[in-house]
Design a protein around this ligand. Structure first.
Ligand code: ZN
Ligand code: ZN
Length: 428
């Protein structure tokens, strides 16, 4: 049936029945046979049928189409309204969707039941395509994209309005955090939950700035975006530095008006503005899927920690204790994160660890672990919640005085460095 050409004569009896039922527009008449033939619009099909019906006096009487209620006469108007919404927005691809009124859906269902041609195109498809074509002609740019369009319009026929959604821009990179005391993402003020109060000086923020805000600023400005999210491959503690080759992240620019960004120039701007605090490398374009990939990647992490002991420790004793620590570590959710993480026991692997005493009660240790192993608790034991722990083996209290993440790598996001700390940089 679906040949190259639309043979109007073959469906004439069915078309005559439809036309006899009441006034109908070309698009709806042709839409009943929308799956027949190629390269034609439904209105073309409808016109072809009507020209055959007219000589026998069977073309439909004039008046508002009883199927669509005149919807296809409004195509130009909806296209104009959509175009007005994106006058200041850069896009290459678009998609239209329509939310029909309940009445329109009911009438269409009735029409299909009464005239089961088996070749009808759903009214929504037909309308979306028509508005899209009119929109393209009007703005002189854009290609329809069903998978991941830059702008998505929804024509709401019930509310008589066009909503537009602009797809986020995604960038991949790795960041280094050179100072302590900055969270990865912005934290709402604990006191006012972000509304702004005396405690936070009206900023609504617990910390004056975050890696997210520092990294995003030049990109948000250039893209004229409404905001940004930094999605990290895990996160370091606020008081830990992120050194080495940095932590993989995806920066999402929300509702960007500009998409064609000069990444090299922006990276230079960022380097200037964030000097001494944050550095970004490997910056490149990424897809929406990269957000989940970067968040779910099972990365191996390397740390350097300065540890303070509650008593004097001999070098040989420390070495023996560290040896005994390698292997599986059982960790119950640490008390310090229990308010935001489910309370459960995780098993993580400590792959390598070594260290040296830097004073009678102080050591520097370097370790390689599975992602998700809590290093502070590996050292302190967290009152028995982490087992084994350095404090437990030594029989003396031990706390991390300073922590740096010095390497994060995974098969999906390798950093080009070496996997083992014996091959990489030594203790910093
Ligand atoms: Zn119609
Ligand atoms: Zn506050």
């Amino acid at each position: 049936m679906t040949g190259e050409r639309f043979d109007a004569r073959s469906v004439l009896p069915a078309a005559r029945d439809i036309a006899a039922a009441g006034p109908i527009c070309d698009a709806c008449l042709g839409g009943a046979f929308g799956q027949l033939g190629r390269g034609l619009s439904n209105a073309d099909r409808g016109r072809a049928l009507r020209s055959l019906l007219a000589p026998i006096g069977a073309d439909a009487p004039g008046g508002t189409c009883w199927v669509c209620g005149g919807l296809f006469d409004e195509v130009e108007e909806w296209a104009r309204r959509a175009a007005a919404r994106v006058e200041e927005i850069e896009f290459d691809t678009y998609l239209f969707g329509v939310r029909p009124t309940p009445r329109l859906s009911e009438v269409e269902a009735y029409f299909l039941e009464r005239f089961p041609t088996g070749t009808a195109e759903p009214l929504k498809h037909a309308f979306n395509r028509c508005v899209g074509k009119a929109f393209e002609a009007l703005v002189g740019r854009g290609t329809v994209d069903f998978r991941d369009p830059h702008v998505t319009f929804t024509v709401d026929l019930e509310r008589r309005e066009v909503a537009v959604r602009v797809a986020s821009v995604f960038l991949y990179g790795r960041y280094r955090k050179l100072v302590r005391g900055i969270p990865q993402t912005h934290w709402p003020c604990r006191r006012c939950k972000g509304r702004g109060c005396e405690a936070c000086g009206g900023t609504g923020k617990q910390y004056a700035e975050s890696v997210e805000e520092i990294v995003a600023r030049p990109f948000v400005d250039a893209a004229r975006a409404e905001g940004a999210h930094l999605h990290g491959a895990g996160r370091e503690d606020i008081d830990a530095r992120m050194l080495g080759t940095g932590r993989p992240f995806v920066l999402e620019l929300v509702t960007p008006r500009v998409r064609s960004l000069d990444l090299d120039a922006l990276q230079r701007t960022l380097a200037r503005e964030a000097v001494g605090r944050v550095e970004v490398s490997e910056l490149r374009w990424a897809s929406r899927e990269a957000v989940a990939q970067v968040k779910e990647t099972r990365a191996t992490k390397r740390y350097v920690a300065r540890v303070a002991f509650g008593g004097e420790i001999e070098e040989a004793v420390l070495e023996k204790a560290l040896e005994g620590l390698v292997g599986t570590i059982r960790q119950r959710t640490p008390r310090r994160v229990a308010h935001r993480r489910a309370d459960l026991v995780r098993e993580r692997r400590l792959h390598e660890i070594r260290g040296r005493m830097t004073g009678s009660r102080e050591a520097e240790i370097e370790l390689v672990t599975d992602g998700g192993l809590y290093v502070k608790e590996l050292v302190s034991g967290d009152e028995g919640r982490t087992h084994p722990s350095l404090a437990e083996i030594l029989g003396v209290s031990a706390v991390v005085a300073a922590l740096d993440v010095t390497r994060i790598t995974s098969s999906e996001f390798p950093d080009g460095d070496h996997a083992s700390m014996d091959e990489g940089a030594g203790v910093a």
